[in-house]
Design a protein around this ligand. Sequence first.
Ligand code: PDD
Length: 275
Amino acid sequence: KISFYNGEFKDDEELRVMYQDRAFYFGDGVYEVIRYYDGEFFTLEGHLDRLMNSMSEIEIEGMERTELLDIVTELKERNTIENGALYIQVSRGIQNRNHAYPVDVKPVVLACINEARRPHSQSENGVHVITSEDYRWLKCHVKSLNLLANVMEKERAVKAGAHETVMHRDGVVTEGSSTNVFIVRNGILKTHPADNLILNGITRQEVLRIAGELDVPVEEAGFSVEELMDAEEVIITSTTQEVTPVVKVDDTIIGNGQRGMVTKRIQEVFDANIH
Ligand code: PDD
């Protein structure tokens, strides 16, 4: 398997990373996970736009979009994986440990690919989630390497035998540990607005677009944990989870405990767009 680090493509057996990379010391960087199906990138432009935006938000300079596009394109070509999830991170650079930004260094890119399968079973049968307080920082729109709260909250779900943790801030549902959250209530598809409290998921944007096409009424507005529990349908979305129905929140069964009709209709268009 071939990966990319600091300007070079290398076999994983030979790849060495620099311990002074600020990604290690400070989590000082940003990332993307990009899916490709049968050798074709899915929503690549959206991911590159967001990566550029994340860099700009944390003041990483000196990395061009074309350079990133070349890296992801070549990495996919150099590997023989037909269906994969490409991970790419950009760190602020390599320098001895010092909180202040380094001067005269270039951002450092790490990119790798892992085989990925479509989540068919969960897309059909749904998943269980638990809820928890969102105690993350106030720049959640940045896809930062700092994922401590996210991994700790995901682990709480795993320990509880659930699939994901849905977080809420001051009683308002924000997002999952690595997914966006939607509800259908009184026939209206609702999700948290794309502000600084959530990551504006590329899959989230796809779902909103598809809902528009299907004439499903949409509201980008905060909703409470009570509304979540009381929803007709609940959906979580991400690049790897795609459009996944939620059939249980904590101890509460959602709807009749099965994937809802709005979810299914959105999934059908989502699927059609992949092929
Ligand atoms: N996570 N919210 C958070 C906090 C996320 O980490 C992610 C994605 C999403 C969904 O975004 P998108 O639809 O663009 O994948 C929402 C990626 C997949 C990850 O960290 O693995």
